[in-house]
Design a protein. Structure first.
Length: 214
């Protein structure tokens, strides 16, 4: 993903701050560090089991601050569905029949986990420009953006994972994300990663890049 991102985005222009929303176990920290060696990274991951591993990766990185926190549209205590046999897939939204059929391993073993949620705009972060935001939250991206529109408006670019298939009830779409981001001056410029469901050969999800129009 790093090489494809740099092909579509002018990575030579230094990014000073990265917001890694939905950091999981820290894979993206290593990817972004390879692109922007001097950037300050803020990583957000609500699930304790993933956060434990994320914290180890952040400690090795040395310039990453981690938050055991979900981002959304309100400040509250809530619950997330956690799939025991998959690092990914956990969501605040219920999985659909399509998700259960295409990823049966996720449907078998899951439980609710209590987590804290905050609005991004209510957090006091030292965000030095230029800012890059990555969002990977299993169709919950619209809620994240609505709780952080002021922060998103300061960013130069956003990379958002979006499902084309309806895998989560009430999940955001490309159209809904575009409406929110267009409102604050972004335009869609590329898809560094596209994934198809192999058996049906249909577009399942993609990482979509939006850049600020200047």
């Amino acid at each position: 993903m790093s090489d494809r991102l740099c092909t579509m985005f002018n990575c030579s222009r230094p990014i000073k701050t990265v917001l890694d929303i939905g950091a999981n176990v820290g894979e993206s920290i290593q990817r972004f560090r390879g692109i922007w060696p001097e950037a300050k990274i803020y990583s957000f991951e609500p699930r304790p089991i993933a956060f434990e591993q994320l914290s180890l990766v952040a400690a090795q990185d040395g310039n990453c601050e981690v938050f055991n926190l979900a981002l959304g549209e309100e400040n509250t205590d809530t619950r997330i569905q956690e799939y025991e046999k998959a690092w990914g897939g956990s969501s605040f939204l219920a999985g659909t029949e399509l998700l259960r059929e295409s990823r049966p391993q996720w449907a078998k073993d899951w439980h609710w986990v209590d987590v804290k949620m905050s609005r991004l705009d209510d957090l006091k972060l030292d965000l030095e420009s230029e800012i890059f935001i990555k969002v990977d939250v299993q169709s919950y991206q619209d809620f994240v953006m609505r709780g952080g529109m002021q922060t998103f408006s300061k960013a130069r670019a956003c990379l958002v994972e979006i499902y084309y298939e309806e895998c989560y009830d009430g999940g955001g779409t490309v159209s809904s994300a575009q409406q929110l981001l267009n409102r604050i001056g972004f335009r869609m410029t590329g898809k560094p990663r596209v994934v198809r469901r192999s058996k049906a050969n249909v577009l399942s999800w993609a990482d979509i890049l939006w850049e600020k129009v200047v």
